[in-house]
Write a protein that binds this ligand. Structure first.
Ligand code: SAH
Length: 361
C-alpha cells in the first residue's frame, strides 16, 4: 500500500476525546498521562504529525504512526473579500468530499462558521447546501480541524465558532456534542461555550436532548416563516416538526439553560416578507426571550427564490420593533465571495460535473 492510501485508511486521533486517548494509551500498555499528553499535542498545539510530539518516546510515536493519523482537513481554495474582513475556505476531507467554512473578522474578535456535514438532507428550498443531498456526517475532528486550519492560516485567534455552515448539526448529534466539548476543553483551544452558536432547522427531539447536556451555548433556530403553511412550502422539515412544537422546545430550552434563543429569518421576496407576516411572527414570540435575525436572502443560481426588497426588510423590522421584539438585519459580509451557504462548494462540484438531484426527506 502506498503512503497516501495507508494514511486514508488510518483513523485520525483528532476524533478522540481525552478519555478515549487515555483508554487507547492503556490499551497500548502506556500510562494514562500519555493520553493527556497526546490530547495536548493534538488539540492544544494542533500538531500536524506524531513526529512533532517530542515528549513521547520514538517507539511510541512509531507505534501510533502505524495505526493512526492526526489528519483533518486540507485547504483546496480560499477567497478573500475585497474588504479583507471575510475569507471563505473550501476544504477537502481525507476521503475526497469537500466542505466550506467562513472566517469573519469583527472588531470584537474573529468568528468562524463551520460545516457539520458534507451536504445536507433537509432540503430547504432556498439553500445551496442541500442540492446534492447528504454525503456524510463530519467527525468531531473534521469540525475541529476547520477551526484549527483557519487559525493557522490567518495567524489569528478564533474567539467565536458558529455551526451554521453546510449541514444540519442536530442531524449529526453525537459528533456535534463531542466537538463542543473538545473545543471548550481547557487543554484544547479552551473556547468559552458561550462563544459557540449552533444553528438548527428545528429538529425538536434533538433540541430537547441538547438542553439536557446543559451546555451554555447559543441555540439559533431557522424559522423563516411565521406559520406552518409558509414554512412547509420552503422547508420540507416543517412537515415533521410543527412551528408550535418548535416554540415549545425553545421555551423549554430557555428554561433549562437561561440562554436567549436566536431566530433566523431569511427574507424571501413575496413568500415570507409581508408586514402581516411580521405581525404574526411578533405575536408568536410573545413571552419568549429571543432575538430575531433577519437575513436578506442570498440568491442561489439553482433555486428560484429571490431576495426581498430592502424597504420591505426595513418595514418588517419596524413592525417587529413596534411589538418590542429584539431584531437585527444581518450585516452582509463577503457577498462578493460566494459567502452564502454551500455556494463555493456548489461551484466546485459543478466544475467536477456533479449535478444537483432532487432531495426527499
Ligand atoms: N441546518 C442549519 C444550519 C445551516 S444554514 C439550519 O438550518 O439552521 C445557516 C442558516 O442560513 C440557516 O438559517 C439557513 O436556513 C440559512 N440559509 C441557507 N441558505 C441561505 C440563503 N441562500 N440565503 C440566506 N440564508 C440561507
Amino acid at each position: 500500500m502506498d503512503k497516501g492510501k495507508k494514511a486514508l485508511s488510518k483513523q485520525s486521533l483528532r476524533d478522540y476525546s481525552r478519555e478515549e486517548l487515555i483508554g487507547l494509551m492503556s490499551e497500548m500498555g502506556e500510562k494514562p498521562f500519555r493520553g493527556r499528553q497526546l490530547f495536548e499535542w493534538i488539540h492544544g498545539r494542533q500538531a500536524g504529525g506524531f513526529e512533532e510530539m517530542t515528549n513521547l518516546s520514538l517507539a511510541l510515536r512509531d507505534r501510533l504512526e502505524e495505526r493512526f493519523s492526526v489528519a483533518g482537513v486540507t485547504v483546496e481554495e480560499k477567497q478573500v473579500s475585497a474588504a479583507g474582513d471575510t475569507a471563505k475556505y473550501l476544504f477537502s476531507l481525507p476521503d475526497g468530499h469537500v466542505i466550506e467554512s467562513v472566517w469573519m473578522k469583527y472588531r470584537h474578535g474573529n468568528s468562524v462558521c463551520i460545516s457539520s456535514q458534507a451536504g445536507c438532507r433537509m432540503g430547504c428550498q432556498f439553500c445551496a447546501s442541500t442540492l446534492t443531498g447528504l454525503e456524510r456526517n463530519l467527525t468531531a475532528g473534521e469540525m475541529l480541524s476547520q477551526v484549527y486550519e483557519i487559525q493557522k492560516e490567518t495567524g489569528e485567534r478564533v474567539s467565536n465558532v458558529i455551526v451554521m455552515g453546510m449541514g444540519e448539526p442536530l442531524d449529526n448529534y453525537d459528533n456535534l456534542v463531542k466537538f463542543i466539548r473538545i473545543l471548550s476543553d481547557e487543554k484544547g483551544l479552551g473556547m468559552s461555550q458561550r462563544s459557540i452558536t449552533v444553528s438548527t432547522c428545528g429538529l425538536t427531539e434533538q433540541m430537547r436532548r441538547l438542553m439536557k447536556e446543559r451546555l451554555p451555548i447559543t441555540l439559533a433556530v431557522s424559522l423563516h416563516a411565521p406559520n406552518d403553511e409558509i414554512r412547509r412550502k420552503i422547508m420540507p422539515v416543517a412537515k415533521k416538526y410543527p412551528i408550535e412544537d418548535i416554540f415549545q422546545a425553545c421555551r423549554e430550552y430557555f428554561e433549562a439553560t437561561g440562554r436567549r434563543i436566536t431566530f433566523e429569518y431569511s427574507m424571501i421576496r413575496g413568500v415570507n416578507d409581508r408586514t402581516e407576516h411580521a405581525r404574526e411572527l411578533a405575536e408568536r414570540c410573545k413571552g419568549l426571550n429571543c432575538h430575531i435575525n433577519l437575513i436578506p436572502l442570498n440568491e442561489v443560481k439553482e433555486r428560484d427564490c429571490l431576495r426581498s426588497r430592502a424597504p420591505d426588510i426595513e418595514d418588517f423590522k419596524l413592525v417587529l420593533e413596534k411589538y418590542g421584539r429584539n431584531v437585527t438585519i444581518r450585516r452582509e459580509m463577503g457577498s462578493d465571495i460566494d459567502a452564502a451557504c454551500g455556494q463555493l462548494r456548489r461551484k466546485f462540484l459543478n466544475r467536477a460535473g456533479k449535478k444537483p438531484e432532487e432531495v426527499k426527506l
